[in-house]
Design a protein around this ligand. Structure first.
Ligand SMILES: *[C@@H]1O[C@H](CO)[C@@H](O)[C@H](O)[C@H]1NC(C)=O
Ligand SMILES: *[C@@H]1O[C@H](CO)[C@@H](O)[C@H](O)[C@H]1NC(C)=O
Length: 209
């Protein structure tokens, strides 16, 4: 959709133009992942899926699964998880970014899907976010920096994730509604008492510090 152009001034006074990959401001998709873990010589695979809405204008993310809803509000830096009528509110640890760092270099570019297919740019997660808990790859459609897939690895696990059936815009803004009750209405007081709780980190690269 868009490529931001950042101008970096070099010491010598010359300037170079760096293209930065920014995901679309508002989009939705079906989010399907598989986590393969290896322990004691055994492989276990668990699948996860959700409808995922990403709104960088209002700085909110929503994941709606079969029996849960998670809303991340990056204005309040709060995450609400609603499961079976219960709500857990935790403070988000890091702000969200819709652009990869300007220093991000495409590790490889691939033609996928034949002559009428798409060009995929693959980034090395370890290079663009060295402090992130996972190593792996982050792949986007070269045209528009639209998320394609991710591979996230730790010692003993490989998580593969695909962004399926992406549509642009937010069809129904109520996906970001946080029901109160059970969730707290005034989160400002709530935040202090929750500061010690680590926020779950989602395998979505734009939410990285
Ligand atoms: C996959 O499962 C392993 C083992 O439970 C866990 O440590 C890892 O964080 C999971 N990966 C993701 C991306 O959730
Ligand atoms: C993705 O879109 C196709 C074509 O519209 C549809 O048949 C399929 O069910 C959708 N898949 C998911 C997981 O939403």
């Amino acid at each position: 959709m868009m490529k931001l152009v950042a101008i970096a001034l070099l010491v010598g006074g010359c300037s170079v133009v760096v293209e930065t990959c920014c995901v679309p401001k508002q989009w939705e998709c079906f989010y399907g992942g598989q986590n393969a873990t290896f322990m004691d010589g055994k492989i276990d695979v668990s699948a996860t899926s959700a409808m995922h809405s990403f709104d960088f204008v209002s700085k909110k993310l929503a994941f709606i699964g079969q029996d849960y809803k998670i809303v991340q509000d990056y204005n309040k830096m709060m995450q609400y998880t609603i499961i079976q009528g219960h709500c857990t509110a935790v403070k988000l640890a890091a702000p969200i970014h819709d652009c990869l760092p300007a220093s991000a270099i495409v590790a490889s570019s691939l033609d996928m899907g034949g002559p009428d297919g798409v060009v995929i740019d693959v980034y090395d997660v370890g290079k663009i976010a060295p402090e992130y808990m996972y190593k792996g790859t982050y792949s986007v459609n070269h045209d528009g920096c639209i998320p394609f897939s991710e591979t996230l690895m730790t010692d003993g696990s490989i998580f593969t994730l695909a962004y399926i059936n992406i549509t642009s815009g937010i069809k129904d803004p109520s996906v970001f509604d946080v029901p109160s009750p059970p969730c707290p209405k005034d989160t400002d007081n709530f935040v202090n008492s929750l500061q010690d709780q680590p926020a779950p980190s989602w395998p979505i690269l734009p939410s990285l510090p």
